[in-house]
Design a protein. Sequence first.
Length: 283
Amino acid sequence: MKLCRYDQGRLGLVRGDTVFDVTAVLDEAPPLDGPGDPFFAALADLTGRIEALAAGAVPRPLAEVRLLSPAPSPGKIVAAPVNYRAHLDEVNDDAELHHGNLINEIHRAGVFLKAPSSLIGPSDKVRQRFLDRRTDHEVELAVVIGRRADRVSKAEALDHVAGYCIGLDITLRGPEERSFRKSIDTYTVLGPWIVTPDEFGPPTSMGLKLDVNGEPRQDANTRDLILGVADLIVFASSFYTLHPGDVLLTGTPEGVGPIRPGDVINASVERIGAISVGVVAAD
Ligand code: MN
């Protein structure tokens, strides 16, 4: 099942190039006893209702709607710093990328948080700031949490996933803390929809690609993750509880490079789809 958010907060079931309005199901998710998005917590139990609502909905072409982030209001956006071996080598070899702070492996460095206020959908644009400094694209497999995860085991970890989508972790290079440089408004893009785990399959060998204006930049596979999705959920949830609707950005592979206003970032992940996101100068 592919589920998007669009226009004014509507929920859509996506089939091919068509979206079916299933927004009414959002009212059927029971309230949570604690933080998190009730819809993602209840999603596994609501699939029958979603199918029934779609059967009665008027189909609309996807091209006509404004796609929002498929995870509308994560309490946390958890991000893996350098989680592909080849990207680790790339960063440590280039002073423009590491700015004197040689990057530790994720086991030692831990994960970081991006501000939820940085989040946009794929129909919006990255509004680039600090045009005199380098800003890079990063394509990542993104994971949306569906069940409260507190110190979970690896065997249970993937049972806590509501779905997968494409993530862009836009990054201002420089000496500041990661969470500051990567939390600029519009610097997190999620889209175009989430794909539920039954349709996505194991996240252990999915291809991901990114080009800028058609020029290939990143082309990798999640099999080369240092910490895969299950390990990341174990690692993150050993420190803090992951709540329904929280997002994990699993890290970017090698091939990061600069973007400029006027660019179009095209990113795709196998079994999800593709997004095209424009870059403009802020104000
Ligand atoms: Mn990243």
